[in-house]
Design a protein around this ligand. Structure first.
Ligand code: AMP
Ligand code: GLY
Length: 420
């Protein structure tokens, strides 16, 4: 099988590393990829938005399976576009309609309501029912959760304590604070609990549960400061077992997959369930139509089975028989970021010490090559994952290796897993 992965981050690097091990993978391509992947795949300089170039690449390289890493091309309809041209191609990633589970918060909320999936109470607000939206805020206890309906580069959710400020922000969002993404706003009840992420690979009827993970989104230790794309991850999540796991499977995952089938929404790909445990009940905070980053860097190294066999099972229509073997050990991932991130940061700084890492896996997130050097090329630069018997040991070794890698302004959180 020839396999193409779209994307350029640590998520795609971790997927590529697993797939490169597969007995079923003849040639592996990543577009646009990054220099960290050079030794396991052919890195092709084609952007994830260049659908026509991607189609040409699929044709020239006789690609059998395409895995779409990030959400934007899925929400923009890459699966619809390619499906029409390449009849035999297996595309891992939903078509535009299904991708709305992530691409439209209102679509996701309506879906959950229709299928009785536990989620926060909400109100859908546009300029046409602004007065009702303001009244909804008045009746809701703080903090106030305002979500831009569409994709807003991870910045579209505001959580505010003050009613006056919340009302002003609601108006400003509807007036275009996040562009067209916030022409509709979902106002949600605030849920207080501990967040975790669960993933499935589905063909729209059956699913395989992948290892779960816990992500650490805030820039500062103790979960303080601004939100980022993710500063680290732990897999497995210690409280995802027994009753909690059964509730997630029965009340959330099953009705989601059945709901897709019932609604006639074709869906082949990953579903990322962003969950929150309130007391002992799981609720859905969000769906994503792709894997998480940095969660994938902790989840994929724990997969023991040949991952491509799951994809082949989808192709053959026997995902219901597929088994996934996972290692029992814990993966602890730390993300190394550029100084200033998630605000402004410099790019193009030379990274030193990568060769000194031992006992951990290094996935490149935001790097580039300059002659024979590796330089920074993003806010999140590297992911360091260690597999160990528990998360404390794993994070300890990831930290030791994080200290060995250097560039001007490098920063990482030393407390990943602190709340477990
Ligand atoms: P989302 O993009 O919907 O995942 O929201 C981004 C982040 O905002 C989540 O990871 C949560 O930390 C927080 N959040 C979103 N919705 C809620 C809610 N209803 N209650 C509490 N926190 C929330
Ligand atoms: N780590 C959160 C995400 O991938 O959306």
């Amino acid at each position: 099988m020839n396999i193409l992965i779209l994307g350029s981050g640590g998520r795609e690097h971790a997927m590529a590393a697993k797939i490169a091990e597969s007995a079923h993978c003849s040639k592996l391509f990543v577009a646009p990829g990054n220099p960290g992947m050079n030794n396991i795949a052919t890195v092709v300089n084609v952007a994830t938005s260049a659908f026509e170039d991607i189609s040409n690449l699929i044709k020239t390289e006789k690609i059998d399976i395409l895995i779409v890493g990030p959400e934007q091309p899925l929400v923009d309809g890459i699966a619809d576009y390619l499906e029409d041209i390449h009849e035999q191609l297996l595309i891992i990633g939903p078509k535009k309609y299904g991708a709305q589970l992530e691409g439209s918060k209102a679509f996701a909320k309506e879906f959950m309501q229709r299928h009785h999936i536990p989620t926060a109470a909400y109100f859908e607000c546009t300029t046409h029912n602004l007065e009702e939206g303001l009244a909804y805020l008045e009746q809701t206890p703080p903090p106030y959760v305002l979500k831009a309906d569409g994709l807003a580069a991870g910045k579209g959710v505001l959580i505010l304590n003050d009613l006056v400020e919340a009302k002003a922000e609601l108006k400003s969002m509807l007036e275009g604070k996040f562009g067209p993404a916030s022409s509709k706003v979902v106002i949600e009840a605030f849920l207080d609990g501990i967040e975790f992420s669960v993933f499935v690979l589905t063909d729209g009827f059956n699913y395989v549960l992948l290892p779960e993970a816990k992500d650490y989104k805030r820039i500062g230790e103790g979960d303080t400061g601004l939100n980022t794309g993710g500063m680290g991850a732990i897999s497995p999540v210690p409280f995802f077992k027994g009753d909690m796991k059964i509730k997630v499977l029965n009340n959330i995952i099953e009705p989601t997959v059945k709901g897709l089938a019932k609604d006639g929404i074709p869906y082949v790909g990953f579903i990322f369930f962003g969950l929150i445990k309130v007391e002992n009940e799981p609720f859905v905070i969000e769906y994503n139509c792709r894997m998480g980053d940095p969660e994938t860097e902790a989840v994929f190294p724990r997969i023991k089975s040949d991952f491509v066999e799951l994809l082949i099972a989808i192709q053959k229509g026997n995902l219901h028989d597929a088994q996934l073997e996972v290692i029992d050990e814990t993966a602890g991932t730390i993300i190394l970021v550029s100084g200033g991130y998630p605000g402004d940061y410099l790019k193009g700084l030379e990274i030193h010490g990568l060769e000194n890492v031992s006992g951990s896996l290094v996935y490149h997130s935001g790097t580039a090559a300059k002659s024979d050097k590796i330089i920074t090329n993003g806010g999140r630069v590297l992911a360091i994952t260690t597999i160990a018997e528990d998360f404390k040991k794993a994070i300890e070794v990831s930290k030791q290796n994080a200290e060995k890698i250097n560039w001007a302004g490098k920063y990482f959180r030393k407390d990943i897993g602190f709340d477990l």
